[in-house]
Design a protein. Sequence first.
Length: 215
Amino acid sequence: MFITFEGLDGSGKTTLINMLVEYIKENYSNIHYILTREPGGKDIKMAEKIRQLILSKESELSPKSEALLYSASRRIHLEKVIWPALEKNKLVLCDRYIDSFYAYQGFGRNLGIQYVEEITELIIEKTYPDITVFFDINPEESKKRRLANRLFDDRMEDESDEFHKKIYHGYQFLIERDPKRFVVVDATKSVQEVFNQMIKKLLSNDKFMDFVNAK
């Protein structure tokens, strides 16, 4: 099973994913899982180097160059981590995946959803998530949290408010288009409340329960 996690910066996504990992270890100890991320990937030096290049404040990449680098990193990630894990019927938990690409590059960078989807189809070979958890905060709350916590010292931090609004609009478009795949969680609450929401929704998700019950 392949579960991805999405949200604007400052949504608490990474913290909540780590809480989910602990929950799985405590309640489903028979499930073999991997935790990975994009851009980059678990223990993949080349993909992590691409991540550093893309996010560096010194990078002067055009939107299309940035999109192609993200795609190269994703292909390496699939070949080295995701595909081998899925072949072994592991639970793959991935912090960002194609929906970030669609939202950030397709909408934020104005490349268009058709352009980024065409690239993606070549790269992922139909490896779409079974479930995508979206931690929902609006751009204003995202900015407030980023400034309060001094998060993300990378080139995305320097982008305009309009850029982040376009990303959020992109996510809303994706959720409306594929509501069965997305599990939307109100991330404006406390961390524990958000976590409880996520667990409740996963436990009522047929795909998730079919997977864990088969173990």
